[in-house]
Design a protein around this ligand. Structure first.
Ligand code: MN
Length: 377
């Protein structure tokens, strides 16, 4: 699965429109579905609801979880558990959990059958980075990613499926539910939603529409500014600097492309961080950063507006291997490695380098050596 930072979206067309829900407004239909789940549950489980998202949740996923928690608690008086799977690596995301005091249970310790209903945010059960056990009562999902294209597989039935491809952030969708239900958004929920919208739309600079814009301003207004500032500027772990030094040593520039294939890393999030970092370099229009973590090779691709779309570029670079996703000018991918030996990693990097250079071949100016230039030269 793409890293959460690089999840599969689609570029935003200008309008945001909800799925039709039997002629009801989305919040009304959700109410019907939640109340039905409550009704059907045993006395003991009636108030218990669970919120899930994709593995290694990013701010949009975490914010959407908090938004749903707020909605279910305030609107329906339910007991809500948010459970996450996989580590939260990125310093900003850890800071969000810490400073907002988000209460997250470990999914591994959760029995999904002990809930009247399960709600899924910022993903769909069909995605590889998402685990929703068959025996749980999945009643609703809220997402903005293009559903995986598997023509021979029926998507799982979900009574309330709200997928808005033209929405910048899932948090904006959840904000709409809160607004329509006239729920008072507390500062903690507002802060979490704001972080999600800010992250997925790069402060409304990409993939965003009217609802994102409204939700961004409204949630910022209600959030604790001091906490937002702390989240935005988190302390960085020592290994961040180690990996930064490593990335600077191996990065090569090939005309408009910077390739930073870093070998093994301790923190898989540093791949996306380095991609962002290099894209800021003058003259750089796209970056492919990658590193091995465990038995996977993780990739992050960034482009600027002049260069085009990240998703098709990533598809061409991977050329049929691995899994990938992307939206706008960000894409992520993963390749399964046979083992984590140096030689295996090196050969994956050779393949990726050749493939990336072939993809941008036409863009290369004369006079650039094929091996590129080290940034430290
Ligand atoms: Mn998202």
């Amino acid at each position: 699965m793409p890293t959460p930072a690089d999840e599969p979206h689609q570029d935003a067309p200008s309008q945001a429109k909800a799925e039709p829900f039997e002629g009801m407004a989305p919040h009304e239909h959700l109410r019907k579905v939640v109340l039905a789940a409550k009704e059907q549950a045993t006395e003991e489980l009636r108030e218990q609801f669970l919120v899930l998202t994709h593995r290694g949740p990013d701010p949009d996923a975490l914010g959407a979880c908090e938004g749903i928690r707020c909605l279910l608690t305030e609107e329906f008086g339910l007991q809500v558990t948010v459970a996450t799977l996989g580590q939260i690596h990125r310093a900003e995301n850890q800071a969000m959990v810490k400073h907002l005091g988000l209460e997250l249970e470990d999914f591994e310790g959760i029995d999904c059958t002990q809930y009247a209903g399960v709600l899924l945010v910022d993903t769909q059960p069909e995605f590889g980075h998402t685990v929703v056990p068959e025996d749980c009562n999945l009643i609703a999902l809220f997402d903005h990613h293009v559903p995986p294209n598997r023509p021979d597989e029926e998507p799982r039935f979900v009574a309330h499926r709200d997928v808005r491809l033209n929405q910048g952030a899932t948090c904006s969708v959840i904000y709409e539910y809160l607004r329509e239900s006239k729920v008072t958004i507390d500062p903690k929920t507002a802060g979490a939603l704001f972080c999600g919208i800010r992250y997925d739309t790069a402060d409304l600079s990409r993939n965003s529409g009217d609802l994102d814009e409204e939700a961004y301003h409204a949630t910022f207004h209600l959030a604790d500014r001091e906490k937002i500032a702390q989240i935005n500027n988190p302390q960085l772990p020592r290994h961040y600097y180690v990996e930064l030094a490593g990335a600077l040593t191996v990065a090569r520039q090939h005309g408009p492309l910077v390739l930073a294939l870093m070998g093994k890393v301790d923190n898989p999030e540093s791949v996306a961080e380095m991609a962002d970092f290099f894209l800021r370099m003058k003259g750089c229009s796209w970056v492919l950063a990658g590193a091995a973590f465990g038995d996977e090779y993780i990739l992050s691709l960034r482009t600027d507006y002049a260069f085009g779309k990240a998703y098709p570029l990533m598809r061409r670079v991977l050329d049929g291997t691995g899994s990938f996703g992307g939206h706008g000018h960000i894409a992520g991918g993963r390749i399964k490695l046979e083992d984590d030996k140096e030689s295996t990693i090196r050969s994956a990097e050779r393949m990726l380098r050749a493939s990336a250079l072939e993809v941008i071949g036409a863009e290369l100016e004369d006079g650039i050596p094929p091996e590129g230039r080290l940034l430290t030269e």
